[in-house]
Design a protein around this ligand. Structure first.
Ligand code: ACO
Length: 320
């Protein structure tokens, strides 16, 4: 049997940090409101010269370094993003060129908004298990703040930019134990950027629109469900989880899910206060944080989970 193992992780956050107080100077909000409702204190925002593939490149370089592999060793690139550099080519192809890979290895993007990294991880895992890929670079990268209406206090305070990357390699011992993905497009209207470009003109409204309360309720319900699905499949209980790495959207969603699962907060990665919601980048950013700060140690079991627009949701169990 061939399995996927995690060989390395890396992440990147743009230098510019925008605090709640800074936002309160341009929109009717306050640090107190944002912190108490979301747990967010600040977010990173890309420099005007940076695109999603630039952020992905920085994270990918760090992941390759930690995996002790060179870019030429990579034979699959999957980038999860909602904010690609351009309509086409894919951000994965642009990243491949930036990394200097000339092998002709496949590279493509996946779009599942905040669940995108789990979708990408699952797809890469299946290439590896099928025996067609040895080393896969899986990236979640977003310049999500480009999708915001900075006058809309309901949404503009919630998000940030960033990128996280992992290298998965073929191994004879399982690292990635299982992944489980879901989607239900009937909920599309609750969280969307309902616009597109037609002949160079924006049609509709290509900025984030959200029914916050409905998203909150749905997120708490399905995160718990999908986490239980992967644990049950592996005949494990929540007590076996050394480190819970949830999507970083809102501290209240994270804490409510951990509480429902019976996972104590000292086993939960919580980076949302410093980064906001970075959509597809949030889980790999949190995973890299956990490994670099020894919240997750070699041999331990991580439970990854996310939910996002679509709605999409999913979870993974990973022995690192
Ligand atoms: N500052 C001040 N007031 C605000 C702000 C703000 N930034 N945003 C909204 N408000 C106001 C609203 O206008 C509303 O006012 P009204 O009652 O006069 O109409 C009021 O605050 C709403 O307050 P609450 O009901 O107390 O807000 P709630 O506790 O529901 O929190 C929030 C709102 C933070 C959006 C919450 O519903 C949430 O986090 N939902 C999940 C959304 C999410 O995480 N989306 C990310 C994408 S999906 C994902 O990643 C899972």
């Amino acid at each position: 049997m061939i399995y996927s193992r995690l060989m390395g992780t890396g992440s990147y956050l743009p230098e510019r940090q925008v605090t709640n107080e800074m936002l309160a100077q341009t929109v009717d909000t306050s640090d107190e409101w944002i912190r108490s409702r979301t747990g967010i204190a600040q977010r990173h925002i890309r420099d005007s010269s940076q695109s999603t593939s630039d952020l992905a490149y920085e994270a990918a370089q760090r992941a390759l370094e930690s995996a002790q592999l060179s870019a030429d060793d990579i034979d699959l690139i999957v980038v999860a993003t909602t904010t690609p550099d351009m309509a086409f080519p894919s951000t994965a192809c642009l990243l491949q060129a930036k990394l200097g890979i000339r092998s002709g290895a496949p590279a493509f993007d996946i779009q599942a908004v905040c669940t995108g990294f789990l979708y990408a991880l699952s797809v890469a895992d299946q290439f590896i298990r099928a025996g067609t890929v040895r080393h896969a670079l899986v990236v979640g990268a977003e310049t999500f703040t480009d999708l915001l209406d900075w006058q809309d206090r309901n949404t503009c305070v919630l998000f940030g930019d960033g990128a996280g990357a992992v290298v998965l390699s073929a191994a004879d011992q399982p690292g990635l134990l299982t992944t489980r993905l879901h989607a239900d497009g009937h909920y599309a209207h609750l969280l969307a950027a309902p616009g597109k470009f037609v002949q160079g003109q924006a049609q509709g409204s290509p900025v984030v629109h959200m029914d916050g309360g409905a998203v909150f309720k749905f997120a708490v319900k399905v995160l718990d469900q999908v986490c239980r699905e992967v644990l049950e499949e592996q005949h494990l209980s929540a007590s076996a989880v050394d480190c819970f790495v949830p999507h970083q959207a809102n501290i209240r969603i994270i804490d409510a899910t951990a509480h429902k699962m019976g996972i104590s907060l000292d086993r939960v990665v919580r980076t949302v206060s410093q980064q906001g919601n970075t959509s597809a980048a949030s889980v790999p950013l949190a995973l890299d944080h956990a490994l670099r700060h020894q919240l997750l140690q070699p041999g331990q079991l991580a439970l990854l989970a996310a939910v996002g627009g679509g709605f999409t949701w999913g979870a993974a169990l990973l022995r690192v």
